[in-house]
Structure formats: structure tokens, C-alpha cells
Design a protein around this ligand. Structure first.
Ligand code: PMP
Length: 428
């Protein structure tokens, strides 16, 4: 049977016909997933995979309490925020207590892109400018405004003239001590450049783990000098927590380990464990200034079912101790991977924080080796372990499992990676 005739091949062909070229699939042999439970996914042939990549199903695939909250609320009522409803208020209250006191207002959306889009609108209103700063391989979402400041989308999406992409920290190649100062100096230069072109800078968006820049978690606090530059220039700092938020880094929020107090925080992915919820959290004086001039209504943002799901996710994170688990298992996983690194120099660096881990895959001269990283991703996939790559050269293995990952799962991953590395050496 050729691929076109096999059930998976047929589905792939049909998918291509109706969804078209902008949709991409993972892996040299795509996986048709049919079921998920906790850290596992199953394909249509019943094969089980260890999911070490999914930060959406962050409290575990198909978590019973989240599924029940969704089903029970859907069976009673689902409506929008223009009626007085207790659920959305209770959810906003539960969410807001996880932030520093100054961040005391919530706006609810359905996706991370929308959250960043609203953050940008708000920053424009309160600063009177439209200039935006981001990191050089940033990704912040799909709306027209946000895509223009998401350079990782590549040359097809022209960055607006109001956008400055600042060279992201490279925690493998730059000196650890100077990195925050260098980055802050480049941010200051970009602000000056916007002004020199007659543009007023409104905001800098930073993914607090710099995921698409290659998981540049770096030394705690290295983003602080950037905030000082932004503050003195009157530019808002938007912490994009779509990747880092909800316990991923072993802290509830990625900005916490940098000792930052962002002006705005954007949320998404893990917020609903697969249900589409996003949000924007910010200081009341900013949020209220925006609210006075702009009406905000989002038909689905903050609907009753989403609020029930969001509350359940927060409850599960708390009750199952997932922030602490992320810290502890992440540390163990990195120690296993560093042990492997000592035998396998193609792993140039093992980095990360909590259960967000990046492995810099390099050639003999320390240069980014995206080809080898791609082979390793597929080698792991064929061994039943799912990860992927990131970074401007797609050479960083991105490991980002559900937060229920255990030390035993970490062992499975590390052993499978060692096997995939050995097999790849035979090939090359
Ligand atoms: N910001 C970051 C840092 C992201 O990684 C993503 C999604 N990959 C987004 C924003 C956009 O979120 P969504 O896909 O929910 O619109």
C-alpha cells in the first residue's frame, strides 16, 4: 500500500485538499492522534507516545476534573459577559490573586493572539505611540497587528515600519554576566531609532522564556535591566506568558524569576488545558484608561463554560502541586540531560527552567545544527517520545511536557534521546 492508499495517507491527502498549504504537520511521518490521557497520546493504531511537548494540555490530557467542569457547566448555561454572572467574576478573582498586587484587572479573550492584540491596542491608547519592540525571533500571534511584530513568521510577513526586532539573548554564545546589559543597551538603541524616525514607542513584548528565540531562559534577573530602560523611556513592558505561564517554569509566572513587575501580562495556551481561553492582566490605571475610551466585548471571551474550565485548571494546579512538580522534575530532567551531554558533545547546552527545557544541538565547531536536531526529533518520535525544535536555526530541542511529568517519565525521555543520538551517529 502506498501512502495515498493507507488510512493515514488518505487523511493527509484529504487534509491537504481542504485545509491547504498554510497548515503544517509535525514529524517525517505524521501521527494521527485519537486519544490523550495525562502525559500520553495514542495514535490510530493504538501506539502510545510520551508527550514531552504539549504545554496546552498542561495539567494533563483529558484531565477528569477539567472535563467535568466543562461538561457540567455546558449542561446548565453558557453565555457571554453582558449578563451578570458569578462564574466569570469568580474566575477573575481566582486568577488575579496569583499575580503581584499591582496587576489587578483582567480582560478575557479566546486566544493568546487576541490577548496580545488587545495589549497592543491598549498600549497605543495609553502612550499615544505605535512603536513596538520585540526580540529578533519572537512569536506573539496571528492577528494582522501582532503578526507584524512576530519576526519568526519569516519574510512573508513584513514587519511594520513601527517595529524594531532587538537581537535576542543567546545564552549559549554570549557571556552570562553581560547578557542583560547588552540586551538592555540594544533595547535603548532601538527606542532611540524609533524616535529618530518620528515614531513614539508604545510597548515591548517579551515572551519571558524567549521560547521561539531558542528557550533563552538564562540567569534569573537578566531581563531586569531591560525593564529599567523601558520604564525610563515610558515604554510599557508586556510579559507574554502564553508559553511560560501557569507553572511551566516552576514559578506561577515566568516574569517572577526575573524580579519584574510587567505593566501588562498576556495569557493563553495552558489557561484552559485545551479549551480556548486567553487573557490580559494589567495595572488598573492602564486598563481603566483604555476602558474609558474603548468598549471591549468579546462574544466568547469569558463565557460561562470557559470561566468554569479556567477555574478548574487553577484548582488542579494548586491541589496537585504542579508548580513545585514542574520545578523538581525539571531539575531532575536537566540533570539527566547534562549527564548525557557529558558523553555527547552535540548537546552544546542544556538549559531551561522548570519543565521548559531547551537543548542546543551543535556541530563540532559549536555552530547550530538544525539538521541533526530534526533527525533527533524524528528519532524520538519513532521511539514513542514527542518533542520538537525551536530557535532561529531550528536547532534547539524544545521539551515542554504536561506539568504532571514525573522523574520516571524524564528517565524514559533521556534514555530515548541517548538511543536516538547513537542511531544518528551511525547514520552520519
Ligand atoms: N505568544 C506566544 C509566546 C506564543 O507561543 C503563542 C502561540 N504559539 C501566542 C502568543 C499566540 O497564541 P494563540 O495561538 O493562542 O493565538
Amino acid at each position: 500500500m502506498n501512502d495515498e492508499e493507507s488510512p493515514a495517507g488518505d487523511l493527509e491527502a484529504r487534509r491537504g485538499r481542504v485545509l491547504g498549504a498554510s497548515y503544517r504537520l509535525f514529524y517525517d511521518e505524521p501521527i494521527q492522534v485519537v486519544r490523550g490521557e495525562d502525559v500520553y497520546l495514542w495514535d490510530a493504531d493504538g501506539r502510545r507516545y510520551l508527550d514531552a511537548y504539549n504545554n496546552v494540555a498542561s495539567v494533563g490530557h483529558s484531565h477528569g476534573e477539567v472535563v467535568s467542569a466543562l461538561a457540567e457547566q455546558a449542561a446548565v448555561l453558557n453565555t457571554h459577559t453582558r449578563y451578570l454572572g458569578a462564574e466569570v467574576v469568580e474566575y477573575a478573582e481566582d486568577l488575579i490573586v496569583t499575580f503581584p498586587g499591582s496587576l489587578d484587572r483582567v480582560v478575557l479573550t479566546c486566544t493568546g493572539s487576541e490577548a496580545n492584540d488587545v495589549a497592543y491596542r491598549l498600549a497605543k491608547v495609553v502612550t499615544g505611540g505605535n512603536g513596538v519592540l520585540v526580540t529578533s525571533n519572537a512569536y506573539h500571534g496571528v492577528t494582522d497587528a501582532v503578526a507584524q511584530f512576530s519576526p519568526s513568521l519569516g519574510p512573508a510577513v513584513a514587519p511594520g515600519p513601527h517595529v524594531r526586532a532587538v537581537r535576542a539573548p543567546d545564552t549559549y554564545r554570549e557571556s552570562t554576566d553581560g547578557i542583560g546589559q547588552r540586551f538592555a543597551a540594544d533595547v535603548a538603541t532601538a527606542i532611540d531609532d524609533l524616535r529618530a524616525h518620528g515614531l513614539r514607542p508604545a510597548a515591548m513584548f517579551i515572551d519571558t522564556v524567549l521560547s521561539s528565540d531558542g528557550v533563552q531562559t538564562g540567569k534569573a534577573g537578566y531581563l531586569r535591566p531591560v525593564q529599567e530602560v523601558l520604564q525610563s523611556a515610558g515604554v510599557l513592558l508586556v510579559a507574554d506568558e502564553v508559553q511560560a505561564g501557569f507553572g511551566r517554569t516552576g514559578h506561577m509566572w515566568g516574569f517572577e524569576r526575573h524580579g519584574l513587575e510587567p505593566d501588562l501580562v498576556t495569557l493563553g495556551k495552558p489557561m484552559g488545558n485545551g479549551h480556548p481561553i486567553g487573557g490580559l492582566v494589567g495595572r488598573s490605571e492602564l486598563m481603566d484608561e483604555f476602558g474609558r475610551t474603548a468598549r471591549y466585548f468579546n462574544t466568547y471571551g469569558g463565557n460561562t463554560v470557559s470561566a468554569a474550565v479556567g477555574r478548574a485548571v487553577l484548582r488542579v494546579i494548586r491541589r496537585q502541586g504542579l508548580v513545585d512538580n514542574s520545578a523538581a522534575v525539571g531539575t531532575y530532567l536537566r540533570s539527566r540531560l547534562r549527564d548525557l551531554q557529558s558523553r555527547q558533545p552535540v548537546i552544546g547546552q542544556v538549559r531551561g527552567e522548570g519543565l521548559f527545557v531547551g537543548l542546543e544541538i551543535v556541530d563540532a565547531d559549536g555552530r547550530a545544527d538544525g539538521d541533526r536536531a530534526g533527525h533527533l526529533v524524528n528519532g524520538l518520535r519513532h521511539r514513542g517520545v514527542l518533542v520538537n525544535t525551536t530557535g532561529p536555526h531550528a536547532n534547539v530541542l524544545k521539551v515542554r511536557p504536561p506539568l504532571t511529568f514525573s522523574a520516571a517519565h524524564a528517565d524514559v525521555l533521556a534514555d530515548a534521546l541517548e538511543e536516538a543520538l547513537l542511531e544518528d551517529f551511525k547514520r552520519s
